[in-house]
Design a protein around this ligand. Structure first.
Ligand code: AVI
Length: 325
């Protein structure tokens, strides 16, 4: 079964967020969630295939190897709810493991309609699974799934691919707590996180020699041109990836190569950039295992199991909400 609950377009939100980010005192910013329009989603699909970017392969390896164990550790009538499903490719083995024991409902939650459509199409052949795509922000979608559950059903939230690393500290902790507060004892969260690794390896992963990540980053300005009528000249901005040792995060920026002024009509804004000034577009935090244990506990979760990929350090952690006696 395939359904797709639509909501109104978020063009106004985009204009407001662009205005807020580019008028921020000090460091200009743009939210990384806007990378994923139809073009950005396709560029991201290429990034995950790049030899320098091992994150997604590690995530998929772990899920393939441990899907049955993950299902075994989450017994009963379980609804699967994935925050930011992307194309859904890495979720297939999890769906198969759960659906092999009983009919399973799967809710992918995505703000990108393009990615949601691909996900629904790609996974529609998995037997004994009902897919209900929700084009929503993550927590709005999760609230809706929680409201739709039947008595006795448990929810397993999948938050894979280290998307949590794109929330800066303390927003990552807050987000885990927000998920926790929507759920109830017996529910669980499978959290995928990229782990610390040598800085040169990280820089290569986010500044690949083919320039795909650079195109992914610059597409944000192209998207503002397309959707908000702006006048960014892409050749006047360059992609920058650097490691921030204080926050243990890769930061992506777009650096203005000269002094310039850009009009963004739909945001009712004209922005001036100094030569060398950057727009901070993404934060990708790299966790340690100790840090993961701390943030899970701080946000009200109990760690039930953890699997770590040694080839590309990455962790899959199964978190649970304990019954309060
Ligand atoms: C989606 N997210 C986990 C990716 C990351 O690695 O932080 C996004 C990405 N940005 C550049 N390459 C990949």
């Amino acid at each position: 079964m395939l359904t797709h609950d639509m909501i109104a377009s978020t063009a106004d939100d985009f204009a407001v967020d662009v205005c807020g980010g580019l008028t921020k005192p000090g460091q200009k910013e743009l939210p990384s969630k806007y990378f994923y329009d139809a073009i950005g989603s396709r560029l991201f699909d290429v990034i995950v295939e790049l030899p320098e970017y091992g994150l997604t392969r590690a995530d998929e390896r772990l899920l393939r190897e441990h899907a049955r164990e993950i299902a075994r550790q989450t017994p009963g009538d379980v609804i699967l709810c994935e925050l930011g499903s992307g194309s859904g490719r890495k979720t297939r083995c999890i769906l198969e493991a759960f659906a092999s024991r009983r009919y399973t409902r799967y809710y992918p939650i995505e703000i990108s309609p393009a990615a949601l459509a691909v996900c629904q199409r790609e996974l529609s052949d998995v037997p004994h699974v009902g897919i209900v795509g929700l084009e929503r922000e993550y927590l709005d979608g999760l609230l809706e799934v929680a409201a739709r559950r039947d008595y006795g059903q448990r929810i397993l939230v999948l938050f894979l691919g280290s998307t949590i690393g794109n929330f800066s500290n303390p927003a990552d902790r807050k987000f885990l707590r927000d998920i926790r507060n929507i759920l109830q004892p017996g529910d669980a969260l499978l959290l995928g996180t990229d782990l610390e690794k040598p800085i040169p390896q990280l820089i290569q992963a986010y500044d690949d020699p083919l320039g795909v990540t650079a195109a992914f980053n610059l597409n944000l300005l192209a998207r503002i041109n397309r959707e908000l009528g702006a006048s960014f000249v892409l050749s006047q901005f360059e992609h920058v990836a650097r490691f921030n040792c204080a926050t243990r995060s890769i930061e992506m920026h777009l650096r203005s190569m000269r002094r310039q002024t850009v009009a963004i009509p739909a945001s009712d804004l004209t922005v001036t950039f100094k030569e060398g000034e950057t727009i901070w577009t993404e934060n990708s935090h790299k966790y340690s295992l100790d840090e993961l244990a701390c943030i899970a506990a701080d946000s009200g979760w109990v760690s039930k199991a953890q699997w770590v990929d040694r080839q590309w350090p990455f962790a899959e952690t199964l978190l649970a909400i304990e019954n309060v006696e």
